[in-house]
Structures are given as C-alpha cells and as structure tokens.
Design a protein around this ligand. Structure first.
Ligand code: UD1
Length: 414
C-alpha cells in the first residue's frame, strides 16, 4: 500500500496540464472494441482504471499500444465475448464491455462490476434497457449473460438518469439494424464525448448531451484518431486546492463550460480567472466563502467533487449543508477528515460542515478515489505533516498527483 507525505501550507504557483477525462476514456476504450479497425485515443492518461480496462482488452485478445501518450487499440483479432470476475471487479466501467461486446458479437457474458465503495451500485437500469431492446438477459450471483434475440426499433425510457446505463445502451446499439430512441438520458459531457468518438467512426448517434438520444445502428465502424475532452473533475480538484491555499495556477487543456457549476460557486469569493482557448489562468485570493450544496446529475453539482468541496467548506466561516443525492455511502472519508480537526457532522445523506480556522496534519487512509482526493486537499492546506495511506485508490483516477502538486510548490513525497 503506497502513501503520500505532505507538508502543507504553501501557496500554489505554477502551471499544470489537465488530463483527458477519466470517465470518457474508460467508455472510449470499451467503444474501441466495437470497431474492427485500429482506433487511436489521443492523450490517454495511464491511470490505474485505464490499466484495468487494458487488462480486459488483453484477456479478450485485443491488441493495444501506447505511443507518446496516445493509446492505439486494434480489436481485429478479438477472441471472445466473456469477461471474468477477477477483471470486472476492479472497476465499475468494466460493465461497458457488456454493451460493446453485444454490438460486436450479438452476445456477451461478463461478471458483475466492482468499483469505489460508495454504496449500492446496481445495474438494473442497464439490464432492463437491454431487455427492452430485444436482448435476452440472464443473471446469476456472478454472471450476466446477454444475447440479441431479435432486432426491433424501440424506445427506452430511463426511470432515473444514469451515466452508465446511457453509455451501455449507446454501445449496445451503435452497430446493428435498429433505431433506438432513449429518453431521460444522463447529460454528462463524457456521454457526448463517447457519441462524438463513435460518430467519428461512422456511427449515427444524435442528441448526446441532451436527455433524448437517437441511435441508428450501422453495419460497421471505421478507424479514427480521437482526442477526448478534458477531465472536469481533475480540474475541479485542483481549483479547490488553489481556493484553499491561494496562489496563481495556469491550467492547460480545459473546457471551462463543463465546470461552470463549481466556478460559479467559488469565482466571486476565492478567485479571479481568465480563459483563452483551452488555457485557464486563475489567481486565488486565499479568501474563502462557503455555500450549501446538493449533488445532482449534470449540469448539477457533480458527486465526484463533493468530498473535495467538503474539505474546502471545512475552512469556510459558518455552517454549510452538503447533501448527497446519488450515492448512499459517499461520506466515508468524513471520519478521516475529522482527524485534521475538521468539524463535520454526518447525518447519513447529508453532512453539516462547521468552518474551523485551520486544519492540522494527520495520518489518514484513503478508502475511495474522490474521498482520497479530499484528504490530499486537507494535507495541502493543513499545518504540519500529513501521511495519506491507501493512495492506490487516488491513483485510479489522478495521474501523477504528487508530481503535479510538487510542480505547484507543494512539499509532497510519495
Ligand atoms: C458514473 C461515473 C461516476 C459518477 C457517477 C455519477 C463513470 C465510470 N463513473 O458512475 O464517476 O460518480 O456517474 O455522476 O463514468 N443506478 C441504479 N441502477 C442502475 C444504474 C444506476 O439505481 O442500473 C443509480 C445509482 O445507484 C446512482 C444513480 O443511479 O444512485 C446514478 O448512477 P450512474 O449515473 O449510473 O453512475 P455510474 O455510471 O455508476
């Protein structure tokens, strides 16, 4: 188990590059399998979740190669449509191979997915949508077996917005003969990115990024070279770090419009910013002003920035309420954050954060990806030394976090 040791308190000063979005790239890797030609995903971060997806490619007999940061995937010699538990349990997005293999072969057998321990994460919406589209779905305790039984033009109405279910249906229908209309789709930018990627290969997908998506199945996909969108959650994490300690940061490779919800909350209080093309320069004043928040599907406040924002709020004067509406167990990091001296009262689906004057370094353990990032931010602002164990959770989604922080002037060792 790895650790980070941080001596906090320094202002942040320097320039960092934001990586391609984790949640896009994971979907794109599964999407690449649908194509029978070589596909290149530009600037693909070698984070642990990407490596776990690549292990699945290897198991399936799909070849891949990193070339100067670009990931080339060639699935011409793909051998099978089965993915075992030891590979799917590593991450949630392993479930995307269900849709991808159904498009490719008309059948798929994959074990239930794993992922961060943030509460129950069912896939019932994925499976009921597939049934509605003419796939047979059989499950036992471990395995999901799906097969195309017939083609029919159909519509899918999701009872709630689900990023994963929307992506899986897109992947399952991209190749085929039918026309599918999906309603109440999730609108996250990563879904539009997947659709843009598939459309660049000749797919016919309209409306991604809105709540109604139409897919006309095509016979085959051609090769592509595609650059994914930037990671809005990584950007948000470093913006909050800057808002906590002050300083000046230049971010390269950003799409400001995807993070407006956070910017609107901190911009008038903690920073001034200038954006030109994909460069964002931010001057953090070091002053902090809190707000209440409620997580929600895009364009609402992202649940993936909730823990990092709680760290920020723990140093804002007054009391603030943070309500989590998507995942039932997304406050497990709070007991670790309290070790820094943060005053946070956990009420199950929401927390009450009572601002304190300062945090003090502590020895803590990351239990999930974004909760781990919240602990790193606490270490960056705390007085004295912080040791964070369990950093493999953080490295699932953040590339080179210690080095990026170091380049901004943080005293961090790993
Ligand atoms: C994706 C993201 C994750 C993010 C989340 C919400 C990836 C790899 N992961 O996760 O980082 O936190 O979106 O923005 O992109 N639900 C069901 N049944 C289902 C599917 C979902 O009840 O079949 C519920 C979930 O429990 C949750 C809500 O729907 O309460 C939204 O989950 P969903 O959007 O599907 O999240 P993921 O795709 O798992």
């Amino acid at each position: 188990m790895g650790s980070y040791v941080i001596c906090g308190g320094n202002k942040l000063d320097g320039s960092i590059k934001i990586e391609s979005a984790k949640n896009s790239v994971l979907a794109l890797i599964a999407g690449a399998v649908v194509c029978d030609k070589k596909v290149v995903i530009r600037d693909c971060p070698k984070i642990n979740d990407v490596l776990s997806m690549l292990e699945i490619l290897t198991y399936l007999g799909v070849e891949y190669n990193f070339n100067n940061g670009d990931l080339e995937i060639d699935s011409r010699d793909i051998k099978g449509y089965f993915v075992p538990k030891e590979l799917t349990k590593k991450l949630r997005s392993s479930t995307y191979f269900l849709g991808a293999l159904l498009s490719k072969f008309g059948m798929a057998e994959i074990s239930f997915p794993g992922g961060c321990d943030i509460g129950k994460r069912p896939i019932d919406l994925h499976l009921s949508a597939l049934k509605c589209l003419g796939f047979s779905v059989d499950t036992d305790d471990e395995l999901i077996s799906c097969k195309r039984t017939f083609y029919k033009d159909s519509k899918v109405i999701f009872p709630i917005k689900s990023v994963g279910a929307t992506i899986n249906v897109i992947l399952a229908c991209v190749k085929g003969r039918n026309r599918v209309t999906m309603y109440n789709c999730a609108k996250e930018p990563e879904i539009k990115d997947l659709a843009d990627f598939l459309n660049s290969m000749g797919a016919k997908i309209w409306g991604a990024g809105t709540s109604r998506i139409v897919i006309q199945g095509v016979k085959e996909l051609s090769s592509t070279i595609y650059k994914p969108i930037a990671d809005r959650i990584e950007l948000g994490t470093y913006l909050l770090a800057g808002a906590l300690v002050g300083g000046n940061i230049q971010f390269c490779n950003v799409q400001e419009e995807n993070i407006n919800i956070l910017l609107n909350k901190i911009i008038n209080n903690s920073c001034k910013m200038w954006v030109k093309n994909d460069i964002m320069k931010v001057k953090f004043t070091g002053s902090k002003k809190g707000f209440n928040l409620r997580t929600a599907p895009f364009p609402g406040f992202p649940t993936d920035l909730q823990p990092q924002t709680v760290t920020y709020l723990s140093l804002c004067r007054g009391e603030h309420i943070v309500k989590e509406t998507l995942f039932e167990n997304r406050f497990s990091y709070v007991k670790e954050l309290r070790k820094f001296g943060a005053e946070i009262i956990d009420n199950g689906d929401h927390v009450r954060v009572i601002g304190v004057d300062c945090l003090s370094g502590a020895r803590v353990c990351a239990n999930d990806l974004r909760g781990g990032a919240a602990l790193v931010l606490a270490g960056v602002v705390a007085n004295g030394e912080t040791v964070i164990d369990g950093v493999e959770h953080i490295e699932r989604g953040y590339l080179d976090m210690p080095n990026k922080l170091k380049s901004l002037g943080v005293n961090v060792k790993n």
